[in-house]
Ligand binder design. Structure first.
Ligand SMILES: Cc1cc2nc3c(=O)[nH]c(=O)nc-3n(C[C@H](O)[C@H](O)[C@H](O)COP(=O)(O)O)c2cc1C
Length: 325
């Protein structure tokens, strides 16, 4: 146990968590697509206060994404249809990865693609240009805003398993599969990732949603539907993390509507080992650092020495558990 004392002589809780053989200084990451490649937020956020940065999804070629309008505010959240706009893997390895390598925090490279081969080629290109703090990969099989790829993998158990097996053979770094909530049950997907040798799963990506202008009768997003994120989706995300926790033994990274330390703590209790902060970054670019600081305070107040002690501590009555709840 790494127990240390703070200036008042109180126990300083240990926020370190391990995923596979990688140690993170705290369990709070920033979510893909909400923090750019780090440089965009640097001015407003102490990047080294984060457990790590999950970079914007990168594909083989640069993508412009969908045309505007591709962001709409909703009650307690937002809809986006960015469509995986990104710089492409060449620029990613030449510019973005070396920039983030300067910081004392972990990098998780998020990959999106429209074929199994593209996922593998992008991963192998990054692998060949890896920097020391590259912890691993998050595989986006859950983007609802593109026609090709994304959800066509994430809503098919066999393809999820096949893709995970393929990518597992290309890296010894962390392989994290990012799951979608846009399925009847997340359980078979979590189990497929486990069978195929993933190190962890992360969930949830955005939920398909829409918004309509009642005066023009037009959809507000150019693509008609988009992905809903933010506090509005937190209860759904929590339920999905809990279902995945019951279905497999892989570590889980909980995502969805986390704004505060209290939000993150609910995810740990439901069974997540780490969390990601997404939409909240658009309001407070240092939201992840705030969550980590609040978490430390909570542990201190509750006299809990290690953040890992919170994980999977939901108290469900025995009779309900026996009935499958
Ligand atoms: C504007 C925007 C862009 C996003 N881009 C990506 C992306 O490129 N890749 C990805 O895996 N997830 C992407 N996401 C999904 C987030 O990483 C996260 O899974 C989701 O927003 C739920 O978390 P939140 O409620 O904290 O935002 C994006 C979300 C938003 C709001």
């Amino acid at each position: 146990m790494n127990t240390t004392l703070n200036t008042n002589g109180e126990v300083k809780p240990n926020l370190h968590v391990k995923l596979g053989n990688v140690e993170f200084k705290n369990p709070v990451l920033v979510a893909s697509g909400t923090f750019g490649y780090g440089a965009e937020a640097k001015q407003f956020c102490d990047i080294e206060g984060l457990g790590g940065v999950v970079t914007k999804s990168v594909s083989w070629k640069p993508r412009m994404g969908n045309s505007p309008r591709r962001i709409v505010e909703t009650a307690s959240g937002m809809l986006n249809s960015i469509g995986l706009a990104n710089v492409g893997v060449d620029t990613f390895v030449k510019e973005k990865l070396p920039y983030l390598a300067k910081f004392d925090t972990k990098i998780i490279a998020n990959i999106a693609a429209s074929s199994m081969e593209e996922y593998r080629d992008v991963l192998e290109k990054i692998e060949a240009n890896a920097v020391p703090n590259l912890a691993g990969y998050e595989i986006n099989i859950s983007c609802p805003n593109v026609k090709d790829g994304g959800l066509s993998f994430g809503t098919n158990v066999e393809r999820t398993e096949e893709l995970t097996t393929l990518l597992r053979a290309s890296t010894d770094r962390l392989l994290i599969i990012k799951l979608t909530p846009n399925v009847t049950s997340v359980a078979p997907f979590a189990q497929a990732c486990e069978r195929a040798g993933a190190d962890a799963i992360s969930l949830i990506n955005t939920l398909v949603g829409m918004s309509i202008d009642i005066y023009t009768h037009e959809p507000r997003l150019n693509t008609v539907t988009g992905g809903l994120s933010g506090p509005a989706i937190k209860p759904i995300a929590l339920a999905q993390v809990y279902q995945a926790r019951k279905a497999c033994s892989l570590p889980i990274i909980g995502i969805g509507g986390i704004v505060s330390a209290e939000d993150a703590i609910e995810f740990f209790i439901a069974g997540a080992t780490m969390v990601q902060v997404g939409t909240a970054n658009f309001v407070y670019p240092d939201a992840g650092v705030r969550v980590a600081a609040g978490l430390e305070k909570y542990l201190q107040q509750q006299k809990i020495a290690e953040v890992t002690e919170l994980v999977n501590t939901l108290r469900v009555k025995a009779e309900l558990k026996a009935a499958g709840w």
